[in-house]
Design a protein around this ligand. Structure first.
Ligand code: ADP
Ligand code: MG
Length: 282
């Protein structure tokens, strides 16, 4: 890793660490998404500041993916979503992407037969003008070089993306968002299926890129959340039921009940009650 990235890596998690006058932000107000009258997301408020590494947690079906879909324009929504003062609700998917809002999907979506470099090249080309294409002829774009280093895939740049390990594909996808100049990154379960080591590396990667950006991570893994979240929002049945630091949220009895009760899937009521009790007692 380069020296200039070191301070960000070493930084302890702090809520809205880089918040300031010139900071970017995403402000969601009264966000509601209905599918045939069923409110999958209902009156959600979220304020995300630059430098924040926000975890969005909640049981299956809570509406986490739908929140990301609404922010990125994939599903119609009501309410307001402002990125640094610009309203996103009602804008088309490609407009929202060009405004610097990027996302990943629960299943990786890289071009398997193309190399790592080609994947990044395509992402960098999306939405760019002829000047970029001109510059690209003379070699690798500096932002691609930088992204390769940030995601740690320099040595694999000429390998087909299809041979990458599961974790490396997710990092490539994050790299693709970086070369698109996304300043808001919405990552839907990025560490699902990763080994412990890959999770640690992903967390470090998110810290490195998070300083200058707003990062939202949808995640189930509590250990991963505890290690890397600067703040947490808990969603259940389409509504925000708690928000704050990891400690705040973990101490919240409603979160323990709702989250443990459903996310554990198949956990007996007694077990959940016992778990909530011992959490409270400790
Ligand atoms: P999560 O990501 O938290 O697991 P989702 O956002 O995927 O939850 O889903 C929230 C709720 O909305 C679920 O009940 C789901 O079945 C429903 N839902 C999601 N997408 C659609 C859709 N396109 N049409 C109908 N219902 C949907
Ligand atoms: Mg989901």
């Amino acid at each position: 890793m380069s020296a200039e990235q070191a301070p960000v890596v070493d930084k302890e998690p702090v809520i809205g660490g880089n918040a300031g006058m010139s900071s970017e932000y995403l402000e969601v107000r009264d966000l509601t998404v209905s599918f045939d009258g069923f409110k999958a997301v209902s009156g959600v408020d979220l304020t995300l500041l630059q430098g924040d590494l926000r975890f969005l947690i909640g049981p299956n079906g809570a509406g986490k993916t739908t929140v990301i879909d609404a922010i990125t324009g994939l599903v119609p929504a009501t309410g307001s979503i402002q990125k640094s003062g610009v309203e996103l609700v009602g804008k088309k998917v490609h407009r929202i992407a060009r405004l610097g809002v990027g996302r990943t999907f629960q299943t990786a979506s890289v071009f398997e037969e193309l190399t790592v470099l080609q994947n990044l090249d395509i992402a960098a080309g999306a939405g760019r003008g002829p000047m970029t294409l001109l510059r690209r002829r003379s070699g690798i774009l500096p932002e691609i070089e930088e992204a390769l280093e940030t995601i740690g895939l320099q040595d694999l740049r000429d390998s087909p993306a299809g041979i990458l390990a599961h974790g490396q594909k997710q990092w490539l996808e994050i790299g693709m968002l970086l070369v698109q100049n996304a300043s808001v990154l919405l990552l839907d379960e990025p560490v699902a299926g990763m080994s412990h080591e890959e999770r640690e590396e992903t967390g470090q990667l998110l810290r490195r890129i998070g300083g200058q950006r707003t990062v939202v991570v949808v995640e189930h893994d509590m250990e991963f959340m505890r290690s890397f979240a600067t703040s947490v929002t808990v969603l259940a049945r389409g509504k925000v039921i708690a928000e704050g630091s990891v400690a705040d949220v973990q101490a919240n009895p409603q979160v323990q009940e709702v989250y443990l009760g459903t996310a554990a899937g198949g956990t007996e009521i007694e077990e959940v009650a016992a778990a909530a009790e011992s959490e409270g007692a400790s």
